[in-house]
Design a binder for this molecule. Structure first.
Ligand code: SF4
Length: 237
């Protein structure tokens, strides 16, 4: 006989027997970001000043800040989870103190049951670290000039997965994707959904890239905001 206990913070949905023993945990996505399960923001703030920045829309102050009290959040979550590290900023920006990154790396190593998705516009800084085996190393690429970041991700030491997020896709891009294990493609947050011209443009830029990725048999995740006629949301195996 089962007893359903509902949603438990940091644990997901829990199913217990009448005698009180744990039967099963179900993972629950606790973020709107489709390609991850939860976000962890021990650092916020950014100095890249991207013109399409979504963070500035809801954070007035984007001064880089470290939150010591958030550091142990992943260790409290017992169910294996894909965790996107630093959504509201870039933890690999040159302005981020080395000690902050070191503290985050230590926490990642203490939680081998989780997968930590790292994403940056400054991947060269990742090269100064040996990334733990439970990390995925990714770079954002929005146009052709950013493609040097792909070469840097290819050179990162020991992540489990190397990936590229073409989001928002702002132009036609012809990247070299050898050695890349996963690709995300998306439009500008919210914009394509509301402005038909932007939707058409994003799809136009994305189309040749989608075919390229499919031909290379690289797992592909298309964000819903691209409104591509076929839903493709794959993960690396
Ligand atoms: S890297 Fe991200 S957080 Fe930083 S300015 Fe660009 S969009 Fe905003």
């Amino acid at each position: 006989m089962f007893l359903f206990l509902g949603l438990v913070p940091d644990e997901g949905l829990i199913l217990m027997s009448k005698s009180g023993s744990l039967l099963r945990r179900y993972k629950v996505r606790v973020t709107k970001i489709e390609w991850t399960d939860m976000v962890w923001d021990p650092i916020t703030g950014c100095k890249h000043n991207c013109p399409y920045c979504y963070v500035r829309r809801f954070m007035k102050d984007t001064t880089p800040t470290f939150y010591l009290e958030r550091l142990t959040e992943p260790s409290k979550r017992k169910i294996p989870t894909k965790i996107f590290v630093v959504n509201k900023g870039d933890m690999w920006g040159e302005w981020v103190p080395q000690e902050w990154i070191q503290l985050i790396m230590e926490q990642i190593m203490k939680c081998p049951w989780h997968t930590f998705q790292l994403l940056t516009k400054n991947p060269v800084r990742m090269l100064r670290f040996e990334l733990p085996g439970n990390t995925w190393a990714g770079a954002s690429v929005t146009k052709q000039e950013d493609c040097h970041r792909i070469d840097i991700i290819r050179a990162t030491e020991k992540p489990q997965v190397r990936y590229i997020s073409f989001e928002p896709i702002l132009d036609f891009i012809e990247p070299n994707l050898s050695g890349i294990d996963w690709v995300i493609i998306g439009a500008e947050t919210e914009k394509a959904a509301h402005i038909p011209k932007d939707k058409e443009l994003s799809q136009k830029f994305a189309t040749p890239l989608i075919y390229k990725v499919l031909n290379l048999h690289i797992p592909l995740f298309l964000k819903s905001n691209l409104m591509w006629p076929i839903k493709i949301q794959e993960y690396p195996t």
